[in-house]
Design a protein around this ligand. Structure first.
Ligand SMILES: Nc1ncnc2c1ncn2[C@@H]1O[C@H](COP(=O)(O)OP(=O)(O)OP(=O)(O)O)[C@@H](O)[C@H]1O
Length: 316
């Protein structure tokens, strides 16, 4: 298990976090820019020293150890590949340090080159690669040594959509198969939900909610968390009452609404996303968002059904 309690302050910023991650679990830190995700990861890696607190993994206290003695695989945003080494040697670096036998080393490097679609680039230097290619090298290097604890900061950040989806599935499979305890930083909710067994929402240096992706998405702790997770139907007490709910603030998940039904609404905006469309509709005085496979055009009148049982009231 990874267990930590950490405090760190920068001018105008304070981080204070306590967290436990089970062996083999992937936990995603999800939060807006500047919420402290990278700082937390650097504290765990030993690249930053906390003012107070500890980091323990598998019952060993890592707090006093320098980064290289923590046996942690990590990938940070500024990949920091070794510029004088080839792609293959960058990936093999940790294996050499850990004295893997030559044959096993070569096999592992070959396997990772292939999975990351880097085989044609094996002999190139990092400066001869695109951003996405460099990122894949960094990811391969972080995974090479089969670390028991892995820290990933936006591992899929600079990739195009196709590679991102492929690597996402590859990463998901690898983390599951190798049962690596992982802390993953992302501001992409979809990535967090797909990769992690639990997500921790960070805001202003603190964790405001932790839970399974389904739980956190269905029951965000407050309107801020709901908005951050992409919820759009945050109803005021007046809007709630207009729809037949008690006069309290509510969250209405998109699946509580569907096209076809007894209510009459007008489509105000139609957003084409490819596999689905997003529709902003007006129902009486309330503007609501829903998604559909294909949608009517802007200005059209549509039938709507509304499942009020799915509405979540905010506490207090
Ligand atoms: N070395 C540093 N010195 C001073 N302030 C810092 C330092 N590193 C980070 N900060 C500040 O700490 C806060 C948290 O930064 P951090 O990089 O952890 O956020 P983040 O959630 O990872 O953001 P992003 O998603 O943009 O990477 C920010 O306000 C940042 O300016």
């Amino acid at each position: 298990m990874l267990a930590l309690a950490l405090k760190k302050a920068f001018p105008g910023f304070r981080l204070e976090v306590a967290l436990e991650v089970q062996e083999g679990e992937v936990l995603a830190l999800l939060g807006p820019s500047g919420s402290g995700k990278s700082t937390l990861l650097k504290l765990v890696a030993g690249l930053l020293a906390p003012e107070e607190g500890y980091v323990c993994f598998a019952e060993a206290d890592l707090t006093p150890l320098p980064p290289e003695r923590r046996k942690v695989g990590f990938l940070f945003q500024d990949y920091a590949l070794f510029p004088h080494l080839s792609v293959a040697d960058n990936i093999a670096f940790g294996l050499l340090e850990a004295r893997w036998p030559k044959a096993a080393r070569e096999e592992r490097v070959r396997e990772l080159l292939e999975r990351m679609e880097l085989t044609p680039h094996a002999r190139k230097r990092p400066t001869e690669l695109s951003g996405g290619e460099q990122q894949r090298v960094a990811l391969a290097r972080a995974l090479a040594n089969r670390p028991r604890l892995l820290l990933l900061d936006e591992p899929l950040g600079a990739l195009d959509l196709r590679l991102r989806e492929e690597l996402l599935l590859f990463l998901r499979k690898t983390l599951k198969e190798e049962r690596v305890t992982t802390l993953l930083v992302t501001h992409d909710q979809g990535e967090a939900f797909l990769l992690a067994q639990r997500v921790a929402l960070m805001r202003e240096g603190r964790i405001v909610q932790v839970g399974r992706p389904e739980e956190v998405y269905a029951r965000p702790i407050d309107p801020w968390a709901a908005r951050f997770l992409g919820h759009k139907n945050l109803l005021s007490p007046e809007e709630s009452r207009a729809l037949g709910l008690p006069p309290k603030a509510h969250l209405l998940p998109p699946k509580a609404l569907s096209l076809g039904g007894p209510l009459e609404a007008t489509v105000e905006e139609r957003l084409f996303y490819g596999p689905r469309v997003g529709l902003w509709v007006r129902l009486g005085g309330v503007r609501l968002y829903l998604e559909a496979g294909e949608g009517p055009g802007e200005g059209e009148r549509v039938g709507l059904s509304l499942d009020l049982a799915q509405a979540v009231a905010w506490e207090g």
